[in-house]
Design a protein around this ligand. Structure first.
Ligand code: UDP
Ligand code: MG
Length: 312
């Protein structure tokens, strides 16, 4: 009998949690020959989330909770949840029912029968979200795709069911600044995508502010890309090229016996020196960036199958 762990990061979710528990339990009962465990991670809530979780676990021993000493963020909550999950398969779900539980049977089918390692929800639209956030998110994913050379799309979120192998691989990524979308993409594995429509939260409010989204975006870029530092070198080289063009212009003028202002050579020299410095700052940056990536101690490879050991 397969065990399925449902990992739920919760930050001030007192209103949605009872609804969530009811809905998800109902759906899970419909999946034959499986047992379910709930791993609720209370991410330092300051409402009655803990009371709700305690009473849930009192009524239903399949409900486990872990409570953080303060708000560490959803990424940390997901990591803690996966770490304590014992299931053969693990699902990550938001507590606000924006991730439709109705997809769970199909997800289980995909990972247990169809040979996929992971089955992830893919949000087709962004209904129920502000226009500005919508626009900024879309632009962000366009940029990050280009910069990180990893597949990360706008609709792909954290809602997914994974097999034990993929979960263990994710747990091997020990970095402190965790950017889950990047990590999912980094560890690889075969993923089946199931589209779903975005709905409004069941209760309560989104925890994201423009500021926290911006910080999240910056985390995503700097954890998986060293492109920004390359920019310094590129700007530097462009400045040097500009200086060369000015030099050639000056020399041609001299050749033609035309007057050349001393300012021209002055500007030329400043551009040239500035350009050289920028290029070298970029080069130093590359070394620091390499060191930074090394320090993450990411696994160098992840083996999916071998004749030396059996899967799961
Ligand atoms: N969450 C969390 N810690 C935080 C912020 C959010 O654990 O610091 C949880 C939250 O309780 C919910 C999920 O992450 O279960 C998604 O949050 P939210 O619904 O606010 O985000 P949105 O759906 O608007 O992207
Ligand atoms: Mg939500």
């Amino acid at each position: 009998m397969d065990k399925i762990s449902i990992v739920v990061p919760c930050y001030n979710e007192e209103e949605s949690l009872p609804l969530f528990y009811r809905e998800v339990s109902k759906v899970m009962e419909g999946i034959p020959d499986t047992e379910t465990e709930f791993i609720f991670v209370d991410d330092g809530s300051n409402d009655h989330t803990m009371e709700v979780l305690k009473s849930l676990s009192y009524k239903d021993p399949r409900c486990n909770y872990f409570s953080f000493s303060r708000n560490f963020g959803k990424e940390a909550a997901m990591y803690a949840g996966l770490k304590h999950a014992k299931g053969d398969y693990c699902v990550i779900m938001d507590a606000d029912l924006q991730h439709p539980p109705a997809l769970l049977p199909a997800m289980y089918e995909a990972v247990s029968q169809e040979g996929y390692d992971c089955c992830a929800g893919f949000r087709e639209d962004r209904e129920g979200e502000g226009k500005l956030r919508n626009f900024l998110s879309r632009s962000f994913y366009k940029v990050i795709q280009k910069m990180c050379r990893l597949e990360m799309s706008d609709g792909a979120g954290d809602f997914r069911m994974m097999n034990r192998l993929m979960v263990d691989s994710i747990l091997k990524m020990k970095e402190y600044n965790r950017y889950m979308k990047g990590i999912f993409s980094f560890v690889g594995f075969e993923t089946k995508w199931l589209p779903f429509r975005n709905v409004e939260r069941a209760a309560g409010q989104t925890k994201w502010t423009l500021k926290s989204l911006f910080r999240y975006a910056i985390d995503g870029i700097f954890s998986f890309s060293t492109a920004p530092i390359t920019l310094a070198s590129i700007v530097g080289v462009l400045l040097v090229l500009a200086a060369l063009v000015i030099s050639i212009y000056g020399l041609v003028q001299i050749g033609l016996d035309a007057p050349v202002s001393g300012w021209l050579w002055m500007t030329d020299l400043i551009l040239f020196l500035g350009g050289i410095q920028m290029s070298f700052i970029g080069i130093i940056g590359q070394y620091i960036a390499k060191d930074y990536m090394e320090n993450k101690n990411r696994p160098i490879y992840i083996i999916k199958e071998s004749n030396r050991f059996r899967r799961n």
